[in-house]
Design a protein around this ligand. Structure first.
Ligand code: NAD
Length: 430
């Protein structure tokens, strides 16, 4: 791919100096909407959530005291299908944050051509201060308060920050009790024994690997000559690191919240995973030289995978990034004010709404399997994930080339175009 062919013009509009990931997302949305010449009415429609629900969740605590928590569920858009998006438990979560995260899901599903709209939910609570029984009570009461809004054809929750397979099992059970039938398709990310899908846990990392290989192919990089640095060694980061190494790449740097490690000859990933299994973090890992978190991101390498958290690559450090490809395993790891700097440096950024969409894709597969009542083999899940991720990558790549923009803006163009076209065909019911 000739990166000089990408004109930076449309990625260069003025950006706010201080940005949070949602402002960054909206900034990119605006650029893509302008490029598509989206009509003002459609633009307004696509920016506005179709439904915002606030529920109160009274719980009798373990000591008998009653506490009331607040819960939210937002469907940003349901033009392409039922809402899809995680539920997070966090003490500082706000309705505005949930609205922004729901919009993010709309674009992610649309880029992958998954027949879902975007949604997100949350309960304002601190799970570290709650007993498992209290978490179960909150989950069940939250679910029952949302019975009119969630469902396999309406809105399908999934795990997010501080929620897990067990929380999904409680949601599925509560919903099923009220419906008087077992309804696994109401949530995804369930335990396998309750209708979860094989391959769901590693799906996001696998998706990252697939699109990174596609990008390497465009740049003429062979896996055997490719060095990889991964920030974050949790679900997404460690899976991506292992799968990239399985493809023949050399993973020279890894990190987690406790520190960063470098080895010129390659990190022994099996040792790193064993270390984390025993010690719960990389702290004290002896399989590489210690680096600072900043140095890890600035390491000379072919592929950098930020898979930890948002806002890691900003205007401050973007000029020092030496990778050829950035694969955004995390949501929002690059702030919008870093985009033009990376583009100018010729770094190919695979944007989050494409790069980490493997998770929602296998969630979609889980929903499909629940609805047909037939479970796919791991091979089938891998094959279909590979096909959908590769097609999405090609589509975004071609769109970016056509409009002479970055892959990020290309991805937003694909997503907004898909939803706007569906909206036009459906029309505005009044
Ligand atoms: P996780 O909790 O399993 O792992 C996060 C990792 O990042 C941990 O190793 C943690 O120590 C590390 N980390 C946290 N702060 C750090 C810092 N400042 N510097 C270096 N490392 C740091 O989480 P995950 O599921 O792997 O998710 C990671 C990111 O990917 C998040 O942004 C998440 O929203 C996004 N994501 C996850 C999925 C999924 O399926 N799990 C899907 C889409 C997007």
């Amino acid at each position: 791919m000739d990166l000089t062919q990408i004109s930076p013009f449309s990625d260069h509009s003025p950006v706010l100096d201080k940005q949070n990931p949602f402002e960054s997302m909206m900034h990119r949305f605006d650029i893509a909407a302008q490029l598509l010449k989206t009509e003002p009415g459609v633009y307004e429609y696509l920016k506005t959530p179709v439904r915002q629900v606030i529920v109160s969740i009274p719980i009798s605590m373990d000591d008998g005291e009653v506490k009331v928590f607040e819960g939210y569920r937002v469907i940003h858009n349901d033009i392409l299908g039922p809402g899809k998006g995680g539920i997070r438990f966090a003490p500082d979560v706000t309705l505005d944050e949930v609205k922004a995260l729901a919009a993010w899901m709309t674009w992610k599903c649309a880029v992958l051509n998954i027949p879902f709209g975007g949604a997100k939910g949350a309960v304002k609570c601190d799970p570290t201060r709650l007993s498992p029984l209290q978490i179960e009570k909150i989950t069940r009461r939250y679910t029952s308060a949302l019975l009119d809004f969630i469902g396999p054809d309406k809105d399908i929750p999934a795990p997010d920050m501080n929620t897990n397979e067990q929380v999904m099992a409680w949601i599925m059970d509560t919903y099923s009790m009220h419906m008087r039938r077992t309804e696994p398709a109401v949530v995804t990310g369930k335990p396998l024994a309750l209708g979860g899908s094989l391959g769901r846990r590693e799906a996001t990392g696998r998706g990252c690997m697939i699109v990174t290989l596609a990008a390497m192919n465009k740049m003429g990089l062979k896996p055997q000559q490719t060095s990889v640095v991964v920030q974050g060694f949790g679900n997404v980061g460690s899976t991506t690191a292992h799968l990239m190494a399985d493809q023949g790449c050399k993973v020279i740097g890894i990190s987690d919240i406790s520190g960063a490690y470098y080895s010129k000859k390659g990190i022994d990933l099996r040792k790193a995973s064993e270390w984390v299994n025993v010690n719960r973090s990389l702290a004290g890992f002896t399989g590489g030289d210690r680096l600072s978190q900043e140095e890890l991101l600035e390491l000379e390498c072919d592929v950098l995978v930020p898979a930890a958290k948002e806002d890691q690559i900003t205007k401050r450090n973007a000029g020092k990034i030496s990778a050829k490809i950035i694969c955004e395993g995390a949501n929002g790891p690059t702030s919008a004010n870093a985009d033009p700097i990376l583009l100018e440096k010729g770094i190919l950024v695979i944007p989050d709404i494409l790069a980490n969409a493997g998770g929602v894709t296998v969630s979609y597969f889980e929903w499909v399997q629940n609805r047909i009542g037939y479970f796919w083999s791991l091979e089938r899940v891998h094959k279909r994930l590979g096909k959908m991720m590769s097609e999405a990558f090609d589509n975004v790549f071609e769109t970016a080339e056509k409009h002479k923009v970055s892959l990020r803006i290309g991805a937003y163009v694909v997503a907004i175009d898909r939803v706007s076209q569906a909206l036009k065909l459906r029309g505005i019911y009044a």
